[in-house]
Design a protein around this ligand. Structure first.
Ligand code: ADP
Ligand code: ASP
Ligand code: MG
Length: 278
Protein backbone atom coordinates (compact mmCIF):
# COMPACT_ATOMS: atom_id res chain seq x y z
CA UNK A 1 0.00 0.00 0.00
CA UNK A 2 1.22 3.47 -0.89
CA UNK A 3 2.31 5.79 1.91
CA UNK A 4 -0.16 8.73 1.89
CA UNK A 5 2.43 11.12 3.32
CA UNK A 6 4.65 10.71 0.28
CA UNK A 7 4.31 11.74 -3.34
CA UNK A 8 2.84 9.39 -5.91
CA UNK A 9 3.75 10.16 -9.54
CA UNK A 10 1.28 9.55 -12.38
CA UNK A 11 2.45 10.10 -15.96
CA UNK A 12 0.09 10.59 -18.89
CA UNK A 13 1.49 10.54 -22.41
CA UNK A 14 0.15 12.10 -25.57
CA UNK A 15 -2.15 9.15 -26.21
CA UNK A 16 -3.87 9.93 -22.88
CA UNK A 17 -4.30 13.65 -23.57
CA UNK A 18 -5.40 13.73 -27.19
CA UNK A 19 -8.74 15.53 -26.64
CA UNK A 20 -10.88 17.43 -24.13
CA UNK A 21 -12.56 14.16 -23.19
CA UNK A 22 -9.13 12.66 -22.47
CA UNK A 23 -8.18 15.51 -20.12
CA UNK A 24 -11.40 14.95 -18.17
CA UNK A 25 -10.64 11.24 -17.88
CA UNK A 26 -7.10 11.98 -16.72
CA UNK A 27 -8.41 14.42 -14.11
CA UNK A 28 -10.87 11.83 -12.83
CA UNK A 29 -8.20 9.11 -12.59
CA UNK A 30 -5.97 11.43 -10.57
CA UNK A 31 -8.77 12.63 -8.28
CA UNK A 32 -9.76 9.01 -7.62
CA UNK A 33 -6.16 8.14 -6.72
CA UNK A 34 -6.02 11.15 -4.42
CA UNK A 35 -8.52 9.43 -2.13
CA UNK A 36 -5.79 7.04 -0.99
CA UNK A 37 -2.63 9.02 -1.85
CA UNK A 38 -3.39 12.73 -1.39
CA UNK A 39 0.03 13.84 -2.63
CA UNK A 40 -0.31 13.30 -6.36
CA UNK A 41 2.40 14.61 -8.72
CA UNK A 42 1.43 14.52 -12.38
CA UNK A 43 3.75 14.46 -15.39
CA UNK A 44 2.10 15.16 -18.72
CA UNK A 45 3.15 15.08 -22.38
CA UNK A 46 2.05 17.20 -25.30
CA UNK A 47 -1.38 16.51 -26.82
CA UNK A 48 -1.35 13.41 -28.98
CA UNK A 49 -3.71 12.36 -31.71
CA UNK A 50 -3.01 12.35 -35.39
CA UNK A 51 -0.72 14.12 -35.84
CA UNK A 52 0.96 14.59 -32.44
CA UNK A 53 1.60 18.18 -31.39
CA UNK A 54 5.32 17.44 -30.94
CA UNK A 55 5.55 16.19 -34.53
CA UNK A 56 3.75 19.28 -35.80
CA UNK A 57 6.09 21.59 -33.89
CA UNK A 58 9.14 19.82 -35.29
CA UNK A 59 7.57 20.18 -38.75
CA UNK A 60 7.30 23.96 -38.32
CA UNK A 61 11.08 24.21 -37.89
CA UNK A 62 11.76 21.97 -40.90
CA UNK A 63 9.38 24.02 -43.03
CA UNK A 64 10.92 27.29 -41.84
CA UNK A 65 14.41 26.03 -42.66
CA UNK A 66 13.19 25.43 -46.22
CA UNK A 67 11.84 28.97 -46.36
CA UNK A 68 8.25 27.71 -46.48
CA UNK A 69 6.58 30.55 -44.59
CA UNK A 70 3.08 29.57 -45.62
CA UNK A 71 3.77 25.98 -44.59
CA UNK A 72 4.92 26.75 -41.07
CA UNK A 73 2.18 29.33 -40.53
CA UNK A 74 -0.40 26.77 -41.54
CA UNK A 75 1.10 24.11 -39.24
CA UNK A 76 1.25 26.60 -36.35
CA UNK A 77 -2.39 27.39 -36.95
CA UNK A 78 -3.31 23.68 -36.78
CA UNK A 79 -1.49 23.44 -33.44
CA UNK A 80 -3.16 26.59 -32.15
CA UNK A 81 -6.64 25.48 -33.21
CA UNK A 82 -6.22 22.09 -31.56
CA UNK A 83 -5.46 23.70 -28.19
CA UNK A 84 -8.08 26.44 -28.51
CA UNK A 85 -10.77 23.89 -29.40
CA UNK A 86 -9.83 21.78 -26.40
CA UNK A 87 -9.76 24.78 -24.02
CA UNK A 88 -13.10 26.00 -25.36
CA UNK A 89 -14.65 22.63 -24.61
CA UNK A 90 -13.14 22.39 -21.13
CA UNK A 91 -13.34 25.91 -19.72
CA UNK A 92 -15.73 28.82 -19.27
CA UNK A 93 -15.47 31.62 -21.86
CA UNK A 94 -13.23 33.62 -19.52
CA UNK A 95 -11.10 30.58 -18.70
CA UNK A 96 -10.63 29.69 -22.35
CA UNK A 97 -9.73 33.29 -23.11
CA UNK A 98 -7.06 33.35 -20.41
CA UNK A 99 -5.67 30.05 -21.70
CA UNK A 100 -5.66 31.41 -25.24
CA UNK A 101 -3.83 34.58 -24.21
CA UNK A 102 -0.93 32.55 -22.78
CA UNK A 103 -0.94 30.28 -25.82
CA UNK A 104 -0.81 33.22 -28.21
CA UNK A 105 2.07 34.81 -26.36
CA UNK A 106 4.09 31.60 -26.86
CA UNK A 107 2.98 31.23 -30.47
CA UNK A 108 4.04 34.78 -31.25
CA UNK A 109 7.47 34.02 -29.81
CA UNK A 110 7.64 30.86 -31.91
CA UNK A 111 6.72 32.93 -34.96
CA UNK A 112 9.71 35.19 -34.34
CA UNK A 113 12.02 32.18 -34.05
CA UNK A 114 10.60 30.54 -37.16
CA UNK A 115 10.93 33.76 -39.12
CA UNK A 116 14.60 33.94 -38.17
CA UNK A 117 15.03 30.29 -39.17
CA UNK A 118 13.38 30.95 -42.52
CA UNK A 119 15.51 34.03 -43.20
CA UNK A 120 18.65 32.10 -42.39
CA UNK A 121 17.48 28.89 -44.08
CA UNK A 122 19.15 27.26 -41.12
CA UNK A 123 17.99 25.25 -38.18
CA UNK A 124 19.99 23.72 -35.35
CA UNK A 125 19.23 21.11 -32.74
CA UNK A 126 18.71 23.69 -29.98
CA UNK A 127 16.12 25.50 -32.08
CA UNK A 128 14.21 22.26 -32.64
CA UNK A 129 14.35 21.52 -28.90
CA UNK A 130 13.14 24.98 -27.95
CA UNK A 131 10.22 24.90 -30.38
CA UNK A 132 9.21 21.25 -29.94
CA UNK A 133 9.06 21.47 -26.14
CA UNK A 134 6.12 23.88 -26.17
CA UNK A 135 3.53 21.12 -26.50
CA UNK A 136 4.22 20.01 -22.94
CA UNK A 137 3.81 23.56 -21.61
CA UNK A 138 0.40 23.95 -23.27
CA UNK A 139 -0.72 20.51 -22.17
CA UNK A 140 0.32 20.93 -18.53
CA UNK A 141 -1.37 24.34 -18.44
CA UNK A 142 -4.55 22.74 -19.81
CA UNK A 143 -4.64 20.08 -17.09
CA UNK A 144 -3.69 22.50 -14.30
CA UNK A 145 -6.51 24.85 -15.24
CA UNK A 146 -8.96 21.94 -15.36
CA UNK A 147 -8.07 21.02 -11.77
CA UNK A 148 -8.12 24.61 -10.57
CA UNK A 149 -11.54 25.18 -12.19
CA UNK A 150 -12.88 22.37 -10.05
CA UNK A 151 -11.43 24.01 -6.92
CA UNK A 152 -8.60 21.48 -6.59
CA UNK A 153 -5.22 22.55 -5.22
CA UNK A 154 -2.89 21.98 -8.20
CA UNK A 155 0.00 24.04 -9.57
CA UNK A 156 1.65 24.24 -12.98
CA UNK A 157 5.34 23.29 -12.95
CA UNK A 158 7.49 24.23 -15.94
CA UNK A 159 10.27 21.61 -15.84
CA UNK A 160 12.59 24.01 -17.70
CA UNK A 161 12.83 25.93 -14.42
CA UNK A 162 13.67 22.98 -12.18
CA UNK A 163 15.16 20.12 -14.18
CA UNK A 164 18.80 20.62 -15.17
CA UNK A 165 20.75 18.38 -17.48
CA UNK A 166 24.50 18.50 -18.02
CA UNK A 167 25.08 18.00 -21.73
CA UNK A 168 28.78 18.80 -21.67
CA UNK A 169 29.95 15.25 -20.87
CA UNK A 170 30.97 12.76 -23.51
CA UNK A 171 28.82 9.93 -22.18
CA UNK A 172 25.57 11.73 -22.98
CA UNK A 173 23.35 14.05 -20.93
CA UNK A 174 23.40 13.65 -17.16
CA UNK A 175 20.76 14.79 -14.73
CA UNK A 176 22.10 17.41 -12.33
CA UNK A 177 20.43 15.87 -9.29
CA UNK A 178 21.40 18.32 -6.55
CA UNK A 179 20.60 21.43 -8.54
CA UNK A 180 17.33 19.96 -9.80
CA UNK A 181 16.29 18.83 -6.31
CA UNK A 182 17.02 22.26 -4.82
CA UNK A 183 15.16 24.05 -7.62
CA UNK A 184 12.14 21.72 -7.35
CA UNK A 185 11.98 22.18 -3.58
CA UNK A 186 12.33 25.95 -3.86
CA UNK A 187 9.54 26.14 -6.44
CA UNK A 188 7.15 23.99 -4.43
CA UNK A 189 7.91 25.28 -0.93
CA UNK A 190 5.65 28.39 -1.02
CA UNK A 191 2.58 26.23 -1.76
CA UNK A 192 3.28 23.00 0.13
CA UNK A 193 -0.23 21.58 -0.25
CA UNK A 194 -0.47 22.07 -4.02
CA UNK A 195 -0.08 19.03 -6.26
CA UNK A 196 2.27 19.72 -9.19
CA UNK A 197 1.29 19.20 -12.82
CA UNK A 198 4.74 18.92 -14.37
CA UNK A 199 5.70 19.24 -18.03
CA UNK A 200 7.30 16.04 -19.32
CA UNK A 201 10.04 15.97 -21.98
CA UNK A 202 11.60 19.40 -21.33
CA UNK A 203 14.52 20.54 -19.20
CA UNK A 204 17.33 23.11 -19.19
CA UNK A 205 21.05 22.69 -19.66
CA UNK A 206 23.57 23.74 -17.01
CA UNK A 207 23.69 27.16 -18.74
CA UNK A 208 19.93 27.53 -18.67
CA UNK A 209 19.40 26.76 -22.35
CA UNK A 210 16.13 24.96 -23.06
CA UNK A 211 16.57 21.34 -24.03
CA UNK A 212 14.59 18.09 -24.13
CA UNK A 213 15.06 14.52 -22.91
CA UNK A 214 14.60 13.44 -26.56
CA UNK A 215 11.62 11.77 -28.22
CA UNK A 216 9.26 9.89 -25.91
CA UNK A 217 11.22 11.34 -23.01
CA UNK A 218 8.24 12.07 -20.75
CA UNK A 219 8.48 8.57 -19.27
CA UNK A 220 12.00 9.51 -18.27
CA UNK A 221 10.75 12.82 -16.82
CA UNK A 222 8.31 10.87 -14.66
CA UNK A 223 11.14 8.71 -13.31
CA UNK A 224 13.34 11.72 -12.65
CA UNK A 225 10.61 13.56 -10.76
CA UNK A 226 9.80 10.35 -8.91
CA UNK A 227 13.32 10.39 -7.56
CA UNK A 228 13.43 14.15 -6.96
CA UNK A 229 10.22 13.95 -4.94
CA UNK A 230 11.22 10.66 -3.28
CA UNK A 231 7.91 9.26 -4.49
CA UNK A 232 6.47 5.94 -3.34
CA UNK A 233 5.70 4.98 -6.92
CA UNK A 234 5.58 6.02 -10.55
CA UNK A 235 2.69 4.93 -12.74
CA UNK A 236 2.97 5.31 -16.49
CA UNK A 237 -0.54 5.44 -17.90
CA UNK A 238 -1.04 4.86 -21.61
CA UNK A 239 -3.50 3.57 -24.20
CA UNK A 240 -2.79 -0.17 -23.68
CA UNK A 241 -3.39 -2.37 -20.65
CA UNK A 242 0.25 -2.78 -19.72
CA UNK A 243 3.52 -4.02 -21.08
CA UNK A 244 2.62 -6.67 -23.65
CA UNK A 245 4.61 -9.53 -25.17
CA UNK A 246 4.80 -7.48 -28.40
CA UNK A 247 3.51 -4.22 -29.87
CA UNK A 248 -0.27 -4.78 -30.05
CA UNK A 249 -0.46 -2.49 -33.09
CA UNK A 250 1.59 -5.05 -35.00
CA UNK A 251 0.77 -8.25 -33.14
CA UNK A 252 -2.93 -8.11 -32.16
CA UNK A 253 -2.72 -11.38 -30.20
CA UNK A 254 0.02 -10.00 -27.91
CA UNK A 255 -0.66 -10.66 -24.22
CA UNK A 256 -0.23 -8.45 -21.16
CA UNK A 257 2.81 -9.51 -19.12
CA UNK A 258 1.95 -9.90 -15.44
CA UNK A 259 5.39 -8.63 -14.48
CA UNK A 260 8.55 -7.67 -16.29
CA UNK A 261 12.07 -7.88 -14.95
CA UNK A 262 14.40 -4.92 -15.20
CA UNK A 263 16.47 -6.57 -17.92
CA UNK A 264 13.38 -7.60 -19.92
CA UNK A 265 12.10 -4.03 -19.70
CA UNK A 266 15.50 -2.74 -20.82
CA UNK A 267 15.44 -5.09 -23.78
CA UNK A 268 11.92 -4.10 -24.80
CA UNK A 269 12.80 -0.41 -24.58
CA UNK A 270 16.11 -0.88 -26.34
CA UNK A 271 14.40 -2.55 -29.27
CA UNK A 272 12.02 0.37 -29.52
CA UNK A 273 8.87 -0.75 -27.69
CA UNK A 274 7.37 2.71 -27.24
CA UNK A 275 5.49 1.64 -24.14
CA UNK A 276 8.52 2.57 -22.03
CA UNK A 277 11.48 4.85 -22.67
CA UNK A 278 14.94 3.27 -22.21
P1 ADP B 1 2.15 7.59 -24.66
O1 ADP B 1 1.65 8.69 -25.51
O2 ADP B 1 1.17 7.22 -23.59
O3 ADP B 1 3.54 7.81 -24.15
P2 ADP B 1 3.22 5.77 -26.65
O4 ADP B 1 2.56 5.75 -27.99
O5 ADP B 1 4.52 6.47 -26.50
O6 ADP B 1 2.15 6.30 -25.60
O7 ADP B 1 3.40 4.27 -26.12
C1 ADP B 1 2.29 3.38 -26.05
C2 ADP B 1 2.28 2.50 -27.27
O8 ADP B 1 3.41 1.66 -27.24
C3 ADP B 1 1.12 1.56 -27.35
O9 ADP B 1 0.00 2.15 -27.97
C4 ADP B 1 1.68 0.41 -28.18
O10 ADP B 1 1.25 0.47 -29.52
C5 ADP B 1 3.17 0.62 -28.16
N1 ADP B 1 3.93 -0.57 -27.77
C6 ADP B 1 5.04 -1.02 -28.40
N2 ADP B 1 5.51 -2.12 -27.84
C7 ADP B 1 4.70 -2.41 -26.80
C8 ADP B 1 4.69 -3.45 -25.81
N3 ADP B 1 5.60 -4.42 -25.76
N4 ADP B 1 3.70 -3.40 -24.88
C9 ADP B 1 2.77 -2.42 -24.89
N5 ADP B 1 2.73 -1.44 -25.80
C10 ADP B 1 3.68 -1.40 -26.74
N1 ASP C 1 5.93 14.76 -26.53
C1 ASP C 1 7.23 14.17 -26.61
C2 ASP C 1 7.35 13.29 -27.85
O1 ASP C 1 6.41 13.20 -28.62
C3 ASP C 1 7.61 13.42 -25.37
C4 ASP C 1 6.74 12.21 -25.05
O2 ASP C 1 5.67 12.05 -25.64
O3 ASP C 1 7.12 11.44 -24.18
O4 ASP C 1 8.39 12.74 -28.10
MG1 MG D 1 5.44 7.61 -24.96
Amino acid sequence: PADPTRWNVYKFGGTSVASAECYRTVRDIILAAQQSTPKMAVVVSAMGGKPKVTDLLIDTVMLAAKGDLEGYEQTLSVVRKKHVACATELFSAAGAQAYEADLDEDINNLRDILRAVSLMRYSGEKIVELVSGHGEIWSARMLTRLFQDGGHDYMFVDARKVLFVDESGESGPEIMWERSRAATQALMAPTPTACPVITGFIASTADGVVTTLKRDGSDYSASIFGRLLEATGITIWTDVDGVLSADPRRVPEAKVLADVSYSEAMELAYFGAKVIHP
